[in-house]
Design a protein around this ligand. Structure first.
Ligand code: FES
Length: 100
């Protein structure tokens, strides 16, 4: 019989640590970058090229490219699609992420 307090019986596994701009963030196995950042209270992690406006998740399914950031030195990764691994280093991104 299903426990009414935990109907999903989810058991995500042991949390691990990643970093966002050098700050420790806790993540769970299978969690995307965006999910971990939301859980940590971070909703914007990129700025637009021309006006520097903040961006985070819009579509959440890999279509809009609004959620781009840098993961382990690779810019323009979609936060809503990239699963985290222990020790990943995430960086917020300005513009194209290539320092221009
Ligand atoms: S939120 Fe649209 S591609 Fe990630």
């Amino acid at each position: 019989m299903t426990d009414p307090v935990d109907p999903t019986r989810a058991d995500p596994g042991v949390p691990f640590t990643v970093t966002l701009d050098g700050r420790d963030i806790e993540a769970l196995p299978g969690q995307t970058v965006a999910a971990a950042l939301w859980t940590a209270g971070v909703t914007a992690w990129r700025t637009t090229r021309r006006e520097g406006r903040p961006r985070g998740v819009l579509c959440g399914i890999g279509v809009c490219f609004d959620c781009l950031l840098t993961v382990n030195g690779r810019p323009n990764q979609r936060a809503c699609l990239v699963p985290l691994r222990p020790g990943d280093a995430i960086r917020t991104q300005e513009g194209t992420g290539h320092g221009d």
